[in-house]
Design a protein around this ligand. Structure first.
Ligand code: HEC
Length: 202
């Protein structure tokens, strides 16, 4: 390849590379940065999972457009006063609590917060549902074997796993083990005694 050809080649390859990298970088929201801003500015009233002073923000990006959220974060009262139905309804539902304005947050800041909330929401959606939490055991609906009936407290048609966080169960199990050991000790002792008596009279 000539020197000139080589130069063109480099420009084309470099240009292709940059055209892939630059748009890829711009618009990539920064989740850790979003988390930081959220913790400092929003977490006193909002959680992703539960309602606090303000609503739980899980999947908030599915309830409003990004543009709506940015406007609301910059000035919630002005959105409410404009008569926006969704905003008015939220304001009523949350006992007319005024969310403070955050006019200093840039669009990128709010996009980062949203990326963080989206990431947390996705994690929650993917988390396996734990049915074995105390108070919410999943009833076993299959056919129960003898072993199943012993391991699980088999109440007709509803097999609920033992809740080992319940102190009564621990005490009952501990008690059963102690009684079993004592019974075995007694059996051995009675046996020994009977053996001695036999030896004495024979
Ligand atoms: C002092 C408490 C408070 C703080 C701090 C706060 N909010 Fe709010 N937020 C609320 C309340 C209350 C509402 C319900 C609407 C209303 O009463 O105005 C709300 C509503 C929202 C909504 C609409 C939610 C939905 O379910 O539709 C979004 C989005 C939101 N806030 C984002 C934020 C973000 C982002 C921050 C941090 C930059 C923030 N809020 C900080 C109290 C707060």
């Amino acid at each position: 390849m000539s020197i000139r050809g080589n130069l063109y080649y480099r420009i084309i390859v470099g240009g292709l590379f940059l055209s892939l990298v630059i748009p890829g970088r711009a618009g990539v929201a920064d989740i850790p940065e979003g988390k930081k801003v959220f913790s400092g500015r929003c977490a006193s009233c909002h959680s992703v999972t539960k309602d606090l002073t303000g609503p739980a923000l899980k999947n908030v990006d599915q309830r409003h457009t990004e543009e709506w959220i940015i406007r609301f974060v910059h000035g919630s009262q002005s959105v409410i006063k404009s008569g926006d139905a969704a905003a008015v309804q939220l304001f009523e539902k949350f006992n007319k609590t005024i969310m403070p304005d955050h006019p200093d947050l840039s669009t990128a800041d709010i996009q980062n917060i949203l990326a963080y909330i989206k990431d947390e929401s996705a994690k929650l959606a993917n988390a396996p549902v734990n049915h074995n939490v105390p108070g919410n055991p999943k009833p076993y609906t299959g056919k129960s074997s003898v072993l199943h009936q012993i391991v699980y407290l088999d109440i007709a048609g509803e097999h609920r796993p033992l809740d080992i966080s319940n102190p009564l169960i621990i005490i009952a199990l501990g008690g059963a083990i102690i009684i079993l050991v004592l019974t075995l000790v007694m059996v051995v002792r009675v046996n020994d005694f009977a053996e001695k008596q036999k030896n004495r009279y024979s």
